[in-house]
Design a protein around this ligand. Structure first.
Ligand code: GLN
Length: 550
């Protein structure tokens, strides 16, 4: 209560951050793993963005790895690379594609990074003699990292996905941090639950109820439930979820199986998720418009043409490690109105004699990768594409192997290879650069590759220039090895064209062949920048060439 008498004069607030109306926070948790929380996060953010808000997103990963750079794709799927050179979980790629927005390292918070930062502060004496504890020091660090993103971007909304499952020891500190945030900020919680359909074809809600119970045990009450089911959520199940989980009936949203992940925001809009979200935050209600998004999806769905693209890789059994490539093709389907059938071909199968002419391929892509396994099979596939005029796109390792294949079979350097594969050769057409050699020798593997966006100058009159339509481009990298400049003359003299060069260090970024319908390799990863309504020009040119090959 205000005391009577002389009132203290309030300090005038400076305009700026403090005087902003304040951001709205949305936290997305899950009752199980593999429910597509990343897609729910991206779709929620997409809807708010299309309503005209400045929306940002954050992925919280409860693992101790500082970033995803050292994780095996077998275990963790694709490592996504942001333009600032951060190696993240693949969800950042999902967000970038949905929001058509570049994210940075700040948008991924891992337990490893948080602990690392707190321990560094402790060593630097920043806590002034205090006992440093999980609560409040770790939780404050988490809250600080989330707020930093909001403030730097002046965001109206931040949508934060909490990785892992509610009830895990691992994400307990994150749940505690967001519970505290709800005390001081405008926060809504969205919980994604799994609704199985058992033998009697009845949707069972018990599991979902239990996960909500666990959430409530840590002081979090969900404002929305997103029910992941095979079939649309029945009214009966919706009512049960609402009653037992204490969530408004209208705020129980069905997230049943759909034909295309990009349809998820549309499915949510059908259930008035836009209006319901705005209502929860007390904002003026309006309907979102995603009509161009919808038209793009329909262009693919109504298409008649189909082409076959072979993807020759090492991890062919694990499609998760090629998510961005798969998505880049999907975006071409949207733009060009066709179906692209992807044939996943294990490179080792080719080594063991499998012949590619058994498949009617309109194009071949060799993706990035690490290590020697499967390399000879990929080289065979590249040779087959080169000699038979089949459109070819080589990405990173795929590009390096294309240079090796050309050096061996066209330039006559029979032992041409990469320093990544062997120490014994006279012709390292692919080699490490100076600084990388030191890092490798010292076994410094975390975040030490050539990472993130670098500029590239595209040569006029080339296939690459035709695709990009401009000279200055910037693309994202993740590699240690490069084309060895000592071999450029011989490769060029036999018809290889270096159509993209990094101007600062004179490195080859794009190579192509003259007398071929479409043969191109890139040291960078174009797939990382492809977006649903902005497909990558190189993928589009590749697909157009593949259509002509039909
Ligand atoms: N292994 C290769 C290198 O390190 C290629 C990496 C990649 O394909 N991303 O240079």
């Amino acid at each position: 209560m205000q005391k009577h008498g002389k009132m203290k004069r309030k300090k005038m607030k400076k305009p700026g951050k403090e005087n902003r109306k304040g951001a709205n926070y949305i936290f997305i948790t899950g009752g199980m793993s593999g429910l597509g929380k990343g897609l729910v996060t991206a779709s929620t953010a997409k809807i708010l963005q299309s309503l005209g808000f400045n929306v940002t997103v954050i992925k919280i990963d409860p693992y101790l790895n500082v970033d995803a750079g050292t994780m095996s794709p077998f275990e963790h799927g694709e490592v996504f690379v942001t333009s600032d050179g951060y190696e993240s979980d693949q969800d950042l790629g999902v967000y970038e594609r949905f929001l058509n927005k570049n994210l940075t390292r700040d948008h991924n918070i891992t337990t490893g990074r948080i602990f690392w930062q707190v321990l560094q502060k402790e060593r630097a004496g920043k806590y002034l003699g205090k006992t440093v504890q999980p609560i409040p020091h770790i939780t404050n660090e988490i809250k600080g990292e989330i707020k930093k993103v909001v403030d730097e971007e002046n965001a109206d909304f931040v949508v934060v996905e909490i990785g892992g499952t509610v009830g895990d020891i691992e994400n307990a500190l994150f749940l505690e941090a967001i519970r505290q945030l709800a005390f001081t900020e405008k926060v809504k919680f969205i919980h994604v639950v799994y609704i199985p359909e058992l033998i009697l074809k009845e949707q069972k809600t018990k599991m979902a109820q239990h996960s909500v119970k666990r959430l409530r045990e840590v002081g979090i009450e969900p404002d929305f439930l997103i029910a992941r089911t095979a079939k649309p959520l029945t009214e009966e199940a919706r009512k049960k979820l609402s009653l037992f989980c204490n969530v408004k009936l209208s705020n129980v949203i069905s997230s049943h199986d759909i034909s295309d992940i990009y349809r998820l925001p549309l499915l949510f809009l059908e259930q008035d998720y836009d209006i319901l979200l705005l209502r929860e935050f007390g904002l003026p209600e309006q309907k979102a418009n995603l009509s161009s998004w919808k038209r793009a999806i329909e262009r693919k769905e109504n298409a008649k043409k189909t082409i076959n693209i072979g993807i020759v890789g090492k991890y062919s059994k694990l499609r998760d490690s090629y998510i961005s490539i798969e998505q880049a093709f999907k975006h071409c389907e949207y733009a060009l109105g066709l179906h692209i059938n992807l044939e996943w071909i294990d490179a080792e199968k080719i080594e063991n004699g499998f012949l590619l002419n058994n498949l009617s391929l309109n194009g071949i892509l060799v993706p990035g990768g690490f290590g020697e396994r499967g390399a000879e099979g990929k080289i065979k596939a590249i040779r087959y594409a080169r000699e038979n005029g089949i459109p070819f796109l080589g990405l990173c390792l795929g590009f390096q192997l294309a240079a090796i294949e050309f050096a061996r079979n066209v330039c006559g350097l029979k032992d041409a290879t990469s320093a990544e594969f062997t120490k014994k050769s006279k012709n390292f057409v692919i080699d490490v650069m100076g600084d990388q050699e030191v890092l490798l020798r010292e076994k410094k593997y975390g975040a030490t590759m050539r990472l993130g966006a670098y500029p590239c100058r595209v040569k006029k009159g080339t296939l690459a220039f035709k695709a990009y339509g401009k000279e200055q481009i910037s693309e994202r990298h993740r590699h240690r090895y490069e084309i060895n400049n000592e071999y450029r003359d011989i490769l060029e003299s036999k018809g290889m064209v270096f159509s993209g060069i990094n101007p600062e260090r004179d490195l080859v970024e794009i190579a192509e062949l003259k007398d071929h319908p479409f043969f191109m390799g890139t040291q960078f990863h174009p797939e990382l920048k492809s977006r649903p309504l902005r497909p990558h020009p190189l993928f589009c040119e590749f697909i157009k060439a593949a259509i002509r090959k039909r």
